[in-house]
Design a protein around this ligand. Structure first.
Ligand code: SAH
Length: 261
């Protein structure tokens, strides 16, 4: 970091940096994320942040866990946001570290709004979202000219934990050739059925990518018809992404981790 031909912004006391840690592989961290890890006084991190990323934290930093673990409920969202305000007002350099990108299904917006309302200065450092980086580690491109000129990122469950009604399934199914679902493992059978009911072909390729870019990465490939069953049979565990669309076929040639690593 000392050898960079430019300087990174100072991480000032009393500021909060809302940072994406990427999908897992620490090599996918941004320079700003690494800078924050090595300069933070307090790091408030989620369950999705890879332990190899946490190992880069400076030895003096206080680590505060703010996620779900062992079936225990996660810290309540307003509690986390308020905690960030308190830590910043105490004069700490506060690193709020989240898996993937902080503004993609990560409640980063809610936390940033609380900071803004409390007039706590903050910076947002985007991370590689799992829906793109995780797919790439499975050899599945998010787009290719032959298959899709649009892509959608969709959450597999809403705040109540159910398949989201806020999604217009009919239009989504018809309009967007590649769909990437986050948090979709639990309701995968229902999601697949909804897509087929809305007009997608049951034999359309679909894949599940679990624990992408970690040593535990697993990929299951099937069709909309059988992907839920295959994932269950293979004992696939969260966190996992589901991708539906013709891009999945490209994996046959682009699975670089097996072919070229
Ligand atoms: N902000 C995160 C998403 C948080 S929502 C991001 O940008 O990636 C949590 C969901 O993200 C998980 O249920 C899963 O669908 C997905 N996810 C995060 N990390 C993942 C990983 N390493 N492998 C597969 N899916 C992952």
């Amino acid at each position: 970091m000392d050898r960079l031909p430019f300087s990174l912004p100072d991480f000032l006391p009393g500021h909060v940096w809302l940072v994406g840690a990427g999908p897992g592989d620490p090599g996918l961290l941004s320079l700003l994320a690494l800078h924050a890890l090595t300069h933070a006084d307090v790091i408030v991190y989620d369950a999705l942040v890879d332990p190899r990323v946490m190992a880069l934290a400076n030895a003096g930093a206080i680590l505060e866990f703010a996620g779900k673990r062992g079936g225990k409920p996660s810290a309540k969202q307003p509690d986390i946001s308020n905690r960030l305000v308190i830590l910043a007002r105490e004069g700490n350099r506060v690193l709020r570290l989240k898996g993937g990108d902080p503004f993609v299904f990560g409640r980063g917006a809610e936390e940033a709004l609380t900071l803004s309302k409390a007039a706590v200065p903050f910076r947002v450092v985007p991370g590689i979202t799992s829906g793109i980086g995780g797919l790439a580690y499975a050899g599945i491109p998010a787009t290719s000219r032959e298959t899709n000129s649009a892509i959608a990122f969709v959450t597999g469950h809403d705040a109540s934990g159910d398949v989201p009604d806020s999604v217009d399934w009919e239009h989504l199914a018809k309009a967007v050739p590649v769909l990437v679902f986050y948090m979709a493992l639990k309701h995968l059978d229902r999601i697949a059925s909804r897509l087929v009911a809305a007009g997608r072909r049951p034999d359309e390729p679909a894949a599940v990518v679990s624990r992408a870019s970690t040593p535990q990465q697993r990929v299951v490939v099937g069709t909309l018809n059988d992907i839920a069953l295959l994932a269950q049979r293979e004992g696939i565990e969260p966190p996992a992404l589901v991708v539906v669309g013709e891009v999945v076929r490209l994996r046959q040639e682009l699975n670089w981790q097996i072919t070229f690593s």
